[in-house]
Structures are given as C-alpha cells and as structure tokens.
Design a protein around this ligand. Structure first.
Ligand SMILES: *Cc1c(COP(=O)(O)O)cnc(C)c1O
Length: 438
C-alpha cells in the first residue's frame, strides 16, 4: 500500500495531530488506531445513524464496526436514544438502586437460560475480572485456563500471550503485568480439546474455571468446531471447575439468547458487555443464584462499583434487549448477511482473490487465505496481512468502514438494509480488484 489513503481527510488528520499531543497514540483504545493497516489518521467520527457513520470530513461509510459490537440495532436507534434522553432529564446517577436495574436484570435472566441472577458492572473487562474472582472464590481454587487468541479485556491475569500451540504456563503478555499475577493462568489452544485435557491432567484439582469466547471474536471470527464447547463442559464437570463463557461480544449477537443457546452448551458463569448496554459503558456477570450469591453482600467475594447499574446504561440496555428478545432483529439480519457473504465470495472469486468468510449469528469475518476453514489462532495469523491492508483501504476509499485490523470480527446490524449491502458489494468489487493488482 504505497499511495496515501484518500480517506478520511484533513479534519480527521488535524484532530489526530492534536490528539497525539494529549493522549498516547491519539486514541483512547488501541483498537482504534490505523497502526495495523499502515498508520495515519483514523477517521474521527462526527455522528452515526442506522448502518452509516459520518466522519468530521463529511464522508459517510457503511459501518461494520458498530462500536466494536454493541450497535446491533443500528446507530442512533430511535427507541434507545429516546430512552436515554428521557432518563438523562431525571438525573444522571444516584448511588442508590433504581427500577431500571431491576428491569434490565429481569430481562437478562428471562432471555439467558443459564442466568438466574446478575450483577451489573461498567465494561466487559470488569465483567471478565469479576467472573474469574467469582469462580476462584466459589471453588476455592486459583488457576484459570484460557485460550491463545481469546481476549477478555485488559484484566491482568488474562493478558497472557502463550503463542499458538503448546500449552504453557502463562507468560505476561504486557509489561506491567507481573509474572506472579499470571502464575495461575494456563493457556490452551482454541478448538483443541486435547490441549485442555492435558491441562486438566496436570492441574485438575487446582483449576477454578475455564474461560472461553464461545465464538472467538478477537482473532477475527472463529466459531467453535463440533464438540469443542461440549468437551469443555464435560471436562469442567469431571474436574469440578466452572465453565465461564465470555459472551461480552457474542451475547445477544450470535443468538437472541446468546451463543450458549445457539450451541446448546450451558456455562456456569457468563460475562456480558457490549450489546447489554446498547452503546453505553455497561457490563454484567450472570450465573445461577447459588454461584452469584458468592458475591458481596450475600457472600464473601468483594465486588463493587460507584457507577454500576448506571441509569443511562440501564435505559439503553433495556431499550436494546427488549427489541432483541422476540427474535425479530436476528431474523431480519440473517438474510442480509446471507446476501453479503455470498456476494463477497462471488466477487472475490471473480477477481481471483482467495477468501474464506466465517460467520455466527450477526458477526462475521473475512480471511484472505486458500484454507476453506480457519479454526485456530496460528491459522488466523497465517492469513495474508498485506491483502487485508489493501482491501481495508480500498473499502474505506469506497465508503465502507471495517475495523482496522485483520484480527477483529465484523458486525452487521438490523439497519444494514439491501441498499447498504449493495453499496458494500460494489465497494468490495473495487477492493478485491485492488487486492488482485497487488
Ligand atoms: C470487548 C471484549 C471484552 C472487553 O470489553 P470492554 O468493554 O472493552 O472492557 C472482553 N471480552 C470479549 C470477548 C470482548 O469482545
């Protein structure tokens, strides 16, 4: 990619200059930089509605980031915006219970079979952190088993990069995470039950929990292979460990009742985020009442939050989940994603670009590879990064906004109508041609 990107434009570039002076890298979350796609200013966003986001330079893009997951109804959904505005007028936060928290908790427990009781937090990271503390407190064990390429927010104990393949004792994935904090973190290979069985063989009665993304969405989009989640369930049962599904991304996206309903595997503990807050900073941890009552004030495991159950977040979450509950949102999205995926595959073929598309519910991922299926982190990492970068910039230039990394999943919303899909496919035609030119 030698020619400079035509988009975003000078206003984004000027804001980026200022941003870099006052915040590291100019962004408040590293996933937003364009460093992974050749650098330069990311699009600074002015507003969004439906399937489209608009940057400060006046460009409109069909958006497949969706705030990295929450916006399954589309941007600025009228019911969500109205609920937030109404609540804002009543005051922002009270530090005392509200009916909104009860309503969202009831909705979550009603929609997700494995959840009888839920604690609201302020982010997916907090939900994951609380889930492992709860699992450790409940089982009286210390070790947590996670998977290479799975992401659970920036929780110290889970920021472990074990490389692919071998099961190893955790090595800190980031300076600032002491070795002692990850001494109890084990890393296995996603979609490889043998690697999990090995860990249980070595540490069976020390493992508090297996923590897994039921569809891996932070190494592009990698669904579980047949029997993987079922196998985790059986191993946890055999060894008295809790199975924790990190459904921060997949919750209410892969299925209206979460990925656990889609795959028919019931976890002990579920971490939620993203859609549960409808675009507001909300996370939640849910489980059976027995497990949840390990948390303070009913139990000894401490967990708290000044702004937890925030009224605006609760209002947005209620307005979002109540629309998802009946299944209509997912029913509307499915044929659109069918059309998008088959259209992308056809255009890639036409231009001779090797492409594999994987999907689960309302999330999907593009892999520039000859492989017909991608199931493990090392296979994801082996895809053609240069092809992705060319594709990304060409799509951006043609008005389609993808996440600026080949390791992010793509998100579709109810607002992606036929026109938005067609616009995307027209852009993709040009983008695959650019990839083919090299
Ligand atoms: C996004 C994500 C998180 C972290 O959520 P934040 O709200 O960014 O803290 C945790 N787990 C998974 C699976 C995620 O996709």
């Amino acid at each position: 990619m030698s020619e400079p990107a035509a988009r975003p434009g000078p206003r984004s570039a000027a804001l980026f200059e200022r941003a870099r002076r006052f915040t590291p890298g100019g962004v408040n979350s590293p996933a937003r930089t364009f460093d992974g796609v050749g650098g330069g200013a990311p699009a600074f966003i002015d507003r969004a509605s439906g399937a489209r986001i608009h940057d400060v330079d006046g460009n409109a893009y069909v958006d497949y980031v969706g705030s990295f997951g929450p916006m399954i109804l589309g941007h600025a959904d009228p019911a969500v915006i109205e609920a937030v505005q109404k609540q804002a007028a009543k005051g922002l936060s009270f530090g005392a219970p509200t009916g909104l928290e009860v309503e969202l908790a009831e909705l979550i427990c009603d929609m997700v079979d494995s959840i009888e009781s839920v604690r609201m937090v302020n982010s997916g990271t907090e939900a994951a952190m609380t889930a492992i503390r709860l699992a450790r407190g409940h089982t009286g064990r210390n070790k947590i088993l996670k998977f290479a390429g799975n992401y659970h927010g920036h929780v110290d104990a889970l920021l472990v990069n074990a490389g692919s393949g071998a099961l190893t004792l955790g090595i800190p994935g980031s300076p600032g995470v002491p070795q002692s904090v990850v001494d109890d973190t084990l890393v296995a290979t996603y979609n490889d039950l043998d690697s999990v069985a090995e860990a249980f063989a070595a540490h069976g009665d020390e493992i508090a929990a297996v923590m897994v993304e039921p569809v891996a969405g932070n190494m592009n989009c990698v669904p579980p292979v047949e029997g993987f989640l079922e196998g985790l369930r059986a191993l946890c049962d055999d060894h008295g460990a809790l199975l924790v599904f990190d459904e921060v991304m997949t919750g209410f996206r892969v299925h209206p009742a979460c990925a656990q309903a889609h795959f028919g595997v019931t976890p002990d503990v579920t971490a939620l985020g993203k859609i549960v807050g409808g675009g507001m900073p909300v996370g939640a941890v849910g489980a059976s009442r027995r497990v949840m009552e390990t948390l303070a004030p009913t139990g000894p495991v401490y967990q708290a939050g000044t702004l937890s159950g925030h009224p605006l977040g609760m209002a947005a979450g209620i307005a979002t989940l109540s629309q998802i509950r009946g299944g209509a949102v997912h029913a509307a999205i499915e044929p659109r994603l069918d059309a998008l995926v088959s259209g992308l595959e056809a255009r890639a073929r036409r231009h001779g670009v090797p492409l594999t598309v994987q999907r689960a519910g309302a999330m999907f991922g593009l892999f520039f590879t000859d492989a017909s299926r991608v199931t493990r982190f090392d296979e994801v990492a082996a895809c053609d990064g240069a092809a992705f970068r060319r594709f990304f910039h060409a799509m951006l230039d043609h008005g389609v906004y993808l996440a600026p990394s080949p390791f992010e999943a793509a998100f579709i919303s109810r607002a992606h109508d036929e026109e938005a899909i067609e616009e995307t496919l027209n852009a993709a035609d040009a983008a695959f041609a650019a990839v083919a030119r090299g």
